[in-house]
Design a protein around this ligand. Structure first.
Ligand code: ATP
Ligand code: MG
Length: 316
């Protein structure tokens, strides 16, 4: 990749970033870092400030305050090497609709010193069958694939992907995920935004949740919001010959419908399960329907962004 010296310096540094559009403060003291080779996802509700942040990092927008560095460079400084080293998924429309897919990708390849192979890149985004088609004849999803091809053609060290799979059909989404995972293997740093939590779960090494222009939580997708331990739900049905009052590690909630289902929300699933299964073994009973479930990433995300909306000092 690009001949960059190995470095422990993060690929992306954002510190106290601020962006005002007139009276609207879109980004409000945002700080996070992305390590080299990492896939980092920014999650957040509509209007949270994700695109504003990405555009500042791409050098497409001026910041109002704070500090940002991409590969040690200030994207706002207009360094000509900067363009060569980052890949950007353009908002569609930045290309000539009368050119073919092949011509468009070739044109962009000409902007870079060491572009990837045009044919291979077109194939990689699943547009091989459309390489002779004019851009204006492409479907919405095919246009997004072309955007991706243009981002990849320069073999960037850092890739910005703002909602890369919006409008993709399920197969295309899987293919895009495979491609992005392939980029990880080649050492490319990726900053992506998404509203698809399954996408984030599949791709991201770490997730930052933005609300009202600042980071409200940062974690791995697995552990976001303490999801790996907190709020685990344990449930089972108790055979009729046993009584709920005998159960260990309570209190357990008994369902009112007479099915004998017992449930507990716990932050100590290991301790509770051990006590429960030991008790069951001692009484020589099987606990039908025994399940342990963690809240989904979606549950956690809704909780975090819901909380952040309250008392944050901003309007909705
Ligand atoms: N060019 C602009 N002029 C004025 N206000 C803007 C401009 N661009 C964005 N904003 C405002 O800044 C805030 C953040 O917008 P931004 O596009 O960064 O959000 P986002 O997190 O990308 O949202 P989405 O998930 O909908 O894409 C919003 O309130 C938006 O209305
Ligand atoms: Mg956006």
């Amino acid at each position: 990749m690009g001949g960059t010296p190995a470095s422990h310096e993060p690929a992306i540094v954002v510190e106290g970033l601020r962006k005002d559009y007139g009276k609207v403060r879109a980004v409000d003291g945002l700080s996070f870092q992305v390590r080299r080779g990492e896939i980092y996802a920014l999650l957040g509700p509509n209007g949270a400030g994700k695109t504003s942040t990405v555009e500042i990092l791409e050098g497409h927008r001026r910041r109002s305050g704070g500090m940002v560095r991409v590969l040690g460079l200030d994207p706002g400084a207009g360094d000509r090497h900067f363009r060569e080293r980052v890949g950007i998924v353009l908002q569609s429309g930045g290309m000539d609709a009368e050119l073919t897919v092949w011509e468009t990708v070739s044109l962009f390849a000409g902007l870079y010193a060491r572009p990837r192979d045009v044919g291979h890149t077109i194939e990689r985004v699943g547009l091989a069958a459309k390489r002779r088609a004019r851009v204006r004849t492409l479907s919405g999803g095919q246009l997004r694939r072309l955007d991706l091809a243009l981002a990849l053609i320069g073999d960037p060290e850092v890739l910005f992907l703002d909602e890369p799979t919006t409008g993709f059909d399920p197969n295309a989404r899987r293919e895009a995920w495979d491609m992005i995972c392939g980029l990880r293997r080649s050492g490319t740093t990726v900053l992506l935004t998404s509203h698809y939590l399954d996408e984030v779960q599949n791709l991201a090494d770490r997730v930052g949740v933005i609300s009202h222009g600042h980071l409200v939580e940062e974690s791995t997708p697995r552990a976001l919001g303490g999801r790996d331990v907190s709020g685990t739900v344990i449930s089972f049905r108790l055979p009729a010959r046993l009584r709920g009052s005998q159960l260990p590690a309570g209190p357990w909630d008994e369902s009112a419908d007479g099915t004998g289902e017992f449930t507990m929300h716990t932050d100590e699933p290991t301790r509770v399960l051990l006590a429960l299964t030991q008790w069951a073994a001692t009484h020589d009973v099987e606990l039908p329907g025994l399940t342990v479930t963690r809240p989904s990433l979606e549950d956690v995300y809704l909780r975090i962004t819901g909380q952040a909306g309250i008392g944050s000092g901003h309007g909705p």
